[in-house]
Design a protein around this ligand. Structure first.
Ligand code: AKB
Length: 344
């Protein structure tokens, strides 16, 4: 026999969880959703907030597989403010993860496109966010630093004089996000990502891409020709940590945030030799040779060896789960399984 008291408790509990769900419900737009980070972030956001509530923003590349099947997608060109505004209005968007980007090496070859996508598109997103009261996540990068920045234990607040167009757009983006928060109260938040390593979507045209390619080549050919020189240390992070970082920061209690944008975050720092040695523990006959690409090498030399991410740890509890050893095991297994199954 169910007592009146139990029934009351049950109804109250259900109402309470419905109310909580209603208030935390979000309508999210991810620009650049078919890119390296966007493709995995969109799926994770759909798991957390419901498939229908996360719109994948695409440009020319169509989504495929789970990204296409699991929720809505829409063409959104962030360099066209009218288009951004129409999409935000139509889907009643309240949160934008703005991941549309051109990576460092590509931006260096085409600085005009680098500026247009890096700055003009972000400006459009911020203007639309101001009008429609949206929160905005903006990924900055280790590329926001330059040769005059302290390269070891790079502080949260330090000299930023990057010498690449990518870096110029990232510093501009950090400042724009701070400005829109202070001047208009737009809830902007962001991190400075290191090189991101993943086994789902390949990055395109970044300086840190070698740290992804090395795993694929190790499985396919047991050999890798590295475009960066021995001794080039850079911060890196495994994809699951970078996705968690974005969502945790957007969920963080704003009263705890002294900074809002451009948090240094890192999980590991290595040079090509160190990652090759880690792979050799699993594939002993793996060999690496060097054929240094001057543009990438010149960019990498101006970026930090290792950032200090204590502000992110203190203000919103940032802590990576994967180190080089754990990431290598996971990468080789995921890529190896796919290679055996011939599914790439
Ligand atoms: C790049 O190499 O351009 C990116 C980055 C570190 O921002 N991966």
């Amino acid at each position: 026999m169910i007592s009146k008291q139990t029934t009351k408790c049950f109804i109250f509990g259900a109402l309470k969880s419905l109310t909580i769900k209603y208030f935390i419900m979000k309508n999210i737009l991810v620009t650049g959703s078919v890119g390296q980070i966007g493709s995995e972030l969109t799926l994770e956001l759909r798991k957390r907030y419901g498939n229908e509530n996360v719109v994948a923003g695409i440009r020319k590349t169509q989504p495929s597989g789970e990204l296409k099947e699991s929720g809505p997608y829409v063409v959104v060109d962030a360099t066209d403010i009218k288009n951004v505004s129409e999409v935000v209005k139509e889907y009643k968007i309240d949160t934008i993860y703005h991941l549309a980007a051109i990576l460092s090496a590509v931006a260096e070859n085409n600085p005009q496109a680098g500026w247009n996508v890096g700055v003009n598109a972000l400006y459009n997103v911020l203007e639309v966010a101001r009008e429609f009261n949206c929160s905005v996540f903006f990924p900055s990068s280790i590329g926001a630093f330059g040769p005059s920045t302290p390269l070891d234990n790079t502080p949260q607040d330090t000299i930023q004089r990057p010498t690449t167009m990518y870096g110029v757009t990232k510093v501009t983006g950090e400042l724009l996000c701070d400005y829109y928060f202070k001047r208009f109260g737009v809830d902007t938040r962001g991190v400075r990502y290191p090189g991101i390593i993943s086994n789902v979507t390949l990055p395109g045209g970044g300086t840190t891409d070698y740290a992804v390619e090395i795993y694929y080549e190790a499985i396919k050919n047991k050999k890798f020709v590295c475009p960066l020189a021995k001794g080039t240390f850079l911060d890196m992070m495994y994809m699951p940590d970078s996705i968690r970082a974005a969502i945790d920061l957007m969920e963080a209690d704003p009263s705890k945030l002294k900074h809002r944008n451009a948090f240094n975050i890192t999980a590991m720092s290595f040079d090509p030799e160190i990652v090759a040695d880690e792979i050799k523990k699993h594939i002993p006959d793996f060999v690496m040779e060097y054929d240094v690409e001057p543009v990438k090498q010149a960019i990498a030399e101006t970026w930090p060896n290792k950032m200090d991410d204590s502000a992110a740890r203190e203000e919103w509890g940032w802590k990576p789960k994967f180190d080089l050893e754990a990431m290598t095991i996971d990468m080789l297994k995921a890529i190896g399984d796919r290679y055996k199954g011939n599914s790439w």
